[in-house]
Design a protein around this ligand. Structure first.
Ligand code: 5GP
Length: 193
């Protein structure tokens, strides 16, 4: 998506440790006009799928998931990061290793909000090593729901997540794929799509 690539080139900051900072329009301040165009693009890409719910993970997936959901006319469920799991059987749970915080979270979704009749689009802001997506896929599978696809704003194509998820046979659409980036020169190269 050219609009997003141009914005990343203009305002993205490449940090050491393979981190791309996009706080000025995606992860802290949010550019809602841009979000709306990303939401429209997700709808175009998944127009053929019978999606009735969007699943994301707190915190930074929630904004784009909500704007995308307006284009699909469906509700959003966000997986919650829990300090400890309440093992009362009311939630599906999984563990996710955070790329940015280098920490393992227990992540939960109430059984009330995902079930076997659901056709789910997973949305998240970034794809790096794929841990967040593997956890979300695990939650959907535990619920017996169907994964119709995954929509990502920015995939770092030089990390392993994209390959891992595509090998599972899940349809993954990333609006921008960073092929390489250099924290010394600030150069960012995108994959042709
Ligand atoms: P993964 O689980 O695929 O390794 O990482 C995905 C999550 O880590 C995303 O939800 C995002 O919050 C965060 N993340 C990973 N890499 C980056 C990055 O380069 N920049 C930012 N801003 N967030 C990232």
């Amino acid at each position: 998506m050219k609009l997003l690539e141009d914005r990343i080139r203009k305002d993205g900051v490449v940090k050491a440790g393979n981190v791309l900072k996009v706080d000025s329009f995606l992860n802290h301040q949010m550019d809602i006009k841009l979000f709306n165009e990303m939401g429209r693009e997700f709808k175009r890409l998944f127009a053929d799928r019978p999606i009735n719910k969007i699943l994301t993970i707190e915190a930074s997936g929630i904004g784009i998931a909500c704007i995308a959901a307006q284009h699909f006319g469906v509700p959003v469920v966000f997986a919650k990061k829990a300090q400890s799991i309440n093992i009362d059987g009311e939630v599906y749970s999984t563990k996710i290793q955070s790329f940015t915080h280098n920490k393992v979270y227990d992540v939960i979704v109430s059984k009330k909000y995902i079930n076997t009749t659901d056709h789910i689009l997973i949305i998240d802001d970034f794809l790096a090593n794929g841990c967040a997506l593997e956890g979300l896929i695990d939650l959907v599978k535990s619920a017996g729901a169907t994964i119709e696809g995954i929509g990502i704003c920015i995939e770092k194509g030089f990390q392993q997540g994209g390959d891992i998820i595509r090998k599972k046979g899940v349809r993954l659409e990333s609006l921008a794929i960073v092929e390489s980036m250099n924290d010394e020169t600030g150069e960012i190269v995108f994959r042709e799509q």
